[in-house]
Design a protein around this ligand. Structure first.
Ligand code: PXP
Length: 241
């Protein structure tokens, strides 16, 4: 079954716009779980622009599905991840100037660090995934790293239009098949929305989609229950033969 994990960073972004206590990403995550989310994802960034350390602790104590923490290779963030009790970890690149994560981790260049951090997180019982571009060399390096999962970066697909999007989709399909053939389990995410999620959800062997912005933005208009229901339905439609 393809699981939907909802990224709640964007709820915290709204709260941080005023530095007040609402909207609360933890309460929002619980509402998303009740509405059918099969996991909750958050990204504690070094600049703390959205999720705060206290949010992570509260998410850990209240999330009942699966808590996935996105984290960079920075030693401060790794130490927090190790102590967080999250169920899963997604290692991501982080660049202070970016609006959102811009590309995949360079697992080839960072091979030793990635392996070391993956091993330490796995020793705490966490499922580790590496957020990478749909690129054979990165997939091969990920397979060598010992991490069990990759999360394929779908941002290029989401940003492309027409034939370029079809090409990006084909890259994702090939990358998923190549990764699975190398023994990796495969997730995907970034930039997915109600209109573009179907073809990605239909890719064989995918286990989890991480979607944040589109669901939170839609929930502002239609409410959490309907935003989740519509995304779950879009995924289910794509998986129906
Ligand atoms: N996966 C990863 C690794 C991400 O960094 C993000 C963005 O935080 C997402 C998925 C979700 O992206 P979006 O908010 O565009 O759905």
């Amino acid at each position: 079954m393809l699981r939907l994990h909802v990224n709640v960073d964007h709820v915290a972004t709204l709260r941080q716009a005023r530095r007040v206590s609402f909207p609360d990403p933890v309460e929002w995550a619980l509402r998303a779980e009740s509405a059918g989310a099969q996991g909750i994802t958050c990204h504690l960034r070094k600049d703390r622009r959205h999720i705060q350390d206290a949010d992570l602790a509260r998410l850990r104590s209240r999330v009942r599905t699966l808590l996935n923490l996105e984290c960079s290779l920075d030693e401060e963030m790794v130490a927090i991840a190790l102590a967080s009790g999250a169920d899963a970890f997604c290692l991501v690149p982080e660049n202070r100037a970016e609006i959102t994560t811009e590309g995949g981790l360079d697992v080839r260049r960072e091979a030793a660090r990635v392996r070391g951090v993956s091993e330490r997180l796995a020793a705490r019982g966490g499922l580790v995934s590496l957020f990478i571009d749909a690129d054979r060399e990165q997939i091969a390096a990920a397979a060598d790293s010992g991490a069990p999962f990759v999360e394929l970066h779908t941002g290029c697909y989401a940003n492309a239009r027409g034939e370029a999007r079809a090409r990006e989709l084909e890259r994702l399909r090939e990358a998923a098949a190549f990764a699975r053939a190398r023994g990796l389990r495969v997730n995907a995410g970034h930039g997915l929305d109600y209109e573009n999620v179907g073809p990605v959800a239909a890719i064989e062997g995918l286990e989890e989609l991480n979607i944040g912005f589109a669901i939170v933005a839609h929930a502002v208009v239609v409410g959490v229950d309907r935003a989740l229901a519509e995304m779950l339905a879009a995924i289910a439609r794509a998986r129906t033969p």
